[in-house]
Design a protein around this ligand. Sequence first.
Ligand code: PCA
Length: 203
Amino acid sequence: MKTLLLTGFEPFLGMPINPTERIVKALDEETIGAYQIKSVLLPVDFEKAPDALLEAFHQVNPDAVVSLGLAAGRDAITPERIAINIRDGAPDNKGVVLEDALIAAEGQDGYFSRLPIRKMVNKLKENGFPANISNSAGTYLCNNVMYTMLHYIDKENLQIPAGFIHVPASHDLVVEGKKRMSSWSQRDLEEAIRICLQCLSEE
Ligand code: PCA
């Protein structure tokens, strides 16, 4: 059986919930297609998140890596096409604010996802879930984690699928966070991610 490292994030920017934390907890140890899921939660911390990701990678020694993040305000599941070598924008959970900072001094400007993102979008839609490819993962922690994994895989010449999927807010987040935005049920978010992960076994 192959192993898939699935990462989610803790809550951030004052929001009470991060639905990706609940998704990765729900899917931990499940078998989806050819893969057994090993879930890890990452901190929203520019200094710690890349190390936490690579440490999990070395511990789990996975055959595939899929990272998840919340994109509050989006209304669809959005596999990301590309990660860019920039950290910029809102403060992380330690209050650190970065501006125009590189992620890796010797890294490429960007790395394309190694996930079957078109297939994921098509499969999601076939199952009745709104989905589209996103052409920007932003410049915050999600982009940072996607870039870190793809840069490492490129440097080490590994041949494994890896990439990032942003998800919309959950109903719970909207109710508890008292902010108006598009939201999905937690159950649908989990089902949609199962469908995405299933695509890795149909390559
Ligand atoms: N979303 C943020 C960071 C953590 C998360 O779940 C992002 O899109 O960068």
